[in-house]
Design a protein around this ligand. Structure first.
Ligand code: SF4
Length: 516
């Protein structure tokens, strides 16, 4: 038995542990709650489910919610902690071990180490560890929460799914009805069967705010994402609790879709006014009708009203755009970036590109060479523009257009300058040009065009820059989405490929019956 005064590790031993390359403070002082009711220490832990994180038992056999500290002290977490303290790299943290090898500066673990130093929590962690590797949360306090209470969201973004947005549910059910071998309703309608790739039921709620409350008085930072946090009552209940308990000093960070700032009786701006330390990343992928196409349900005029209101009423709030960038917005992000800088909504580095890796068919690595060449020139010119704009040589005279032009000079607003947009465009260029193309890329679009029909949209009308790719609409690629193909589909696919001189030939799937 160890106690606060008789800790398991001496200060000297602890110094060695902190340097062992496997230790991570997140394993002791951080909670990640994902929208599918799973929990872990951080959002990249066990991302490939190597360690099989358990579902949160939201209620026990008596219908009671377990204490959060008990959930965090489950055997699974104790094992990962034990390994970390012994310098063993547990597979649950593979994301970090890969980064350690390839991009040591971007290792996710390092952020937690930095924060632990900043908040001086290291000695609390040392003293909190019991012999069985459970943590005494009366000594070590939860420092960080990344809480995503449900999939509740108002949008149906093309790169998303029902796993993260409840609005996808109806459309996904329709899509799965097309499957060759439809899974019975009783299977896909259960949230725990989400792993089978079936639609996830909307409105699933996991941990209650009540279970978090014992830890909120000492929390240092909270990250809200979703789903869409600005729609979730749990998010407002937490903010209200912090206000009522004089904890508005907590650092709040967000990733939101920025389509609305009010939801029912809640107006998020009124809450944000009370918190001096807020950073908001807006998942906006493009501008105008392209933005509305990529993120279905978004109204562009509302987005512009929102940024103007945010800048006016909450000038203290740090804001940056976080466009998830793939084939659809590869051209438009340049115009989008320039327009928002010119209008004075953001400074030139309040723009952080999030490169899209999936779904595979939207990945920029798959673009045909002539598009890559055009985009490379476009990005090189844009990087020059970024450099010029940073110098402030052309910001106010040449580009001062909107009400807010000049209000926010390109060197920032007195708070953090978010990133380095030039480096982000360089990285995008590198991924695009140096990652091998999937040779089947143009046959993966069946779901994309099925969505066009379902939504009464026309990709080529909204994105005329891709008119030369119109042929992909006819390629028979249902089977990539697990949908039965007919001989007509297969012959059409073959004819299109022959007519375009594509040298690929595909054998029909084994299960297809002649004449079907
Ligand atoms: S080592 Fe990496 S994956 Fe593991 S808990 Fe820490 S930050 Fe998360």
């Amino acid at each position: 038995m160890t106690t606060d005064t008789d800790p398991l590790y001496t200060k000297e031993e602890w110094k060695e542990i902190e340097k062992n390359g496997a230790y991570c403070p997140a394993l002791f002082t951080s909670l990640y709650l994902n929208p599918q009711s799973r929990m872990s220490s951080c959002c990249v832990m066990d991302e490939n489910n190597n360690g099989n994180l358990p579902f949160i038992p939201v209620k026990d056999e008596n219908g009671e919610e377990p204490k959060l500290s008990d959930l965090l002290n489950q055997d699974y977490f104790k094992k990962v902690r034990k390994d970390a303290l012994q310098g063993i790299k547990n597979p649950a943290c593979t994301h970090c071990w890969k980064q350690q090898e390839n991009f040591p500066d971007k290792e996710y673990r390092r952020g937690f180490i930095t924060k632990s130093r900043e908040f001086k929590t290291s000695d609390e962690i040392r003293r909190s560890i019991r012999e069985d590797m459970s943590v005494d949360y009366s000594i070590a306090k939860l420092e960080h929460m990344d809480v995503r209470f449900s999939t509740l969201c108002n949008l149906r973004c093309r790169s998303c799914s029902g796993a993260f947005s409840s609005s996808w549910y109806k459309e996904e059910v329709e899509f799965y009805k097309l499957h060759h071998n439809p899974v019975p309703r009783e299977v896909w309608s259960k949230p725990e069967n989400f792993e089978h790739g079936q639609p996830f039921l909307p409105g699933n709620h996991s941990l209650s705010v009540e279970s978090l409350k014992p830890h909120l008085p000492c929390i240092k930072r909270i990250y809200f994402a979703g789903g869409e946090p600005t729609m979730m009552k749990e998010h407002y209940e937490i903010l209200q609790f912090l206000i009522d308990n004089d904890r508005t000093d907590v650092m709040l960070t967000y990733n939101i879709n920025f389509s609305q700032l009010t939801s029912g009786k809640y107006d998020v701006i009124e809450y944000w006014k009370k918190f001096p330390n807020i950073q908001i990343g807006a998942s906006l992928d493009g501008s105008h009708e392209k933005a509305e196409y990529i993120r279905k349900g978004l109204v562009w005029s509302e987005v512009e009203k929102n940024i103007i209101r945010l800048r006016k009423e909450c000038p203290h709030v740090g804001f940056y755009l976080s466009p998830t960038t793939g084939i659809m917005n590869a051209y438009n992000i340049v115009d989008f970036h320039k327009e928002w800088v010119r209008k004075g909504y953001i400074n030139v580095d309040e723009f952080m590109i999030n490169i899209l890796y999936g779904p595979e068919y939207y990945n920029v690595k798959n673009l045909p060479l002539h598009h890559k060449e055009k985009l490379t020139v476009l990005y090189d010119e844009h990087i020059k523009w970024i450099d010029e704009t940073r110098k402030g040589t052309n910001f106010s005279e040449e580009f001062g257009e909107g009400d807010y032009a000049g209000t926010y000079p390109s060197d920032g607003r007195g708070h953090t300058t978010w990133g380095n947009s030039a480096v982000d465009f360089e990285n995008l260029k590198n991924v695009m040009n140096n990652t091998p193309q999937n040779p089947e890329w143009d046959r993966l679009y069946w779901k994309h065009f099925w969505l066009d029909e379902s939504r009464k949209e026309d990709f080529f009308e909204i994105f005329p820059e891709y008119e030369d790719l119109r042929y992909i609409k006819g390629l028979g690629c249902k089977s990539f989405h697990g949908v039965q193909e007919t001989w007509v589909d297969i012959y059409m696919d073959h004819l299109i490929r022959l007519s375009r001189g594509l040298d690929r030939y595909r054998e029909p799937p084994e299960e297809i019956e002649i004449g079907s």
